[in-house]
Design a protein around this ligand. Sequence first.
Ligand code: CIR
Length: 252
Amino acid sequence: MFTLAITRRPGKNFAQGITTSKLGVPDYPLMLKQHTAYVETLRNLGLEVTVLDALDNFPDAYFVEDTAIVTPELAIITNPGAPARRGEEISIKSCLKQYRKIIHIQPPGTLEGGDVLMIGKTIFIGLSERTNQDGAAQLGHILESQGYIWTNIFLPEGLHLKSSVNYVGKDTVLITEKFFPLPVFQKYNKIVIEKEEDYATNTLLVNDHLITPKGFPSTRMKLSALGFPVIELEISEAQKMDGGLTCMSLRF
Ligand code: CIR
C-alpha cells in the first residue's frame, strides 16, 4: 500500500516542455484543473500528497516520476537523459531525504524514472533515448544489493518503458501490441492494448484502484475484468506534453 506521494504544480510555462505530440497547444487553466483532480484522487485513495511549487526554469518538472526511484529502502536520484530536465532532481532530493536514504545515479549514466517498472522485487529498466546502459546498470546494481532482480529492455518504440507497459495487479501487465512479444514479460498475464488506445497503457495502480486516462473505452472495459475499481481521469493537457498518469507523482 502507498501512503505518500510527491507531486509538483505545473508552471505557467509548462507548454514550453519537450513534446513530440501533435495534439495542439495545451491550456494552462485546464492543466491546473486536471492536475488538481489528479492530486485529489490520490488523496481520496488514502495518500498524503505533497504538492511542490513549480520550478520556473524547468517546464517539465511536474513530471516528477522521472527524477527519482523510490523503493521501501532507498531513494535513487536520477540523472535525467534530457539535458533540459537536468537540475529538476535537486529539489526532489531535498524533499525525499526526509523519507529515505539517498543514492545518486552518476554521469555519464543517465536514467529517467519513466523507464523503471517495479513489480515487487523485480525491476525492468527500459533503455531509451533518456536512459543509457550505464544508468540502467547503476540502478540495477544499487537495487541488487537490496535483494532485487533486474532486467534491461531495449525499447522498440516510445519515450519511456512505462509509455508501453505497466503493472495493473494480479500478476498482470497492461502492454501495447508492439511490446507484447517481448520475452521478458512472459510470466505475466497480459492485457494487450489496441494501437488506437496505446496512450491508455499508462494506467496507474494505487492501493487496489486503477487510475486510467479518460477517453479509451476499450481499455476501460478490459481493465474492469481485473475486479479493481477503475477511476477515469481527464489528462488531455499532460498528454499534449507526452506525459501521463504515472509521470505526475512519486508514490511510496
Ligand atoms: C519529457 O519529454 O520529458 C516530458 N515532456 C514528458 C515526460 C513524461 N514522463 C514520463 O513518462 N515518466
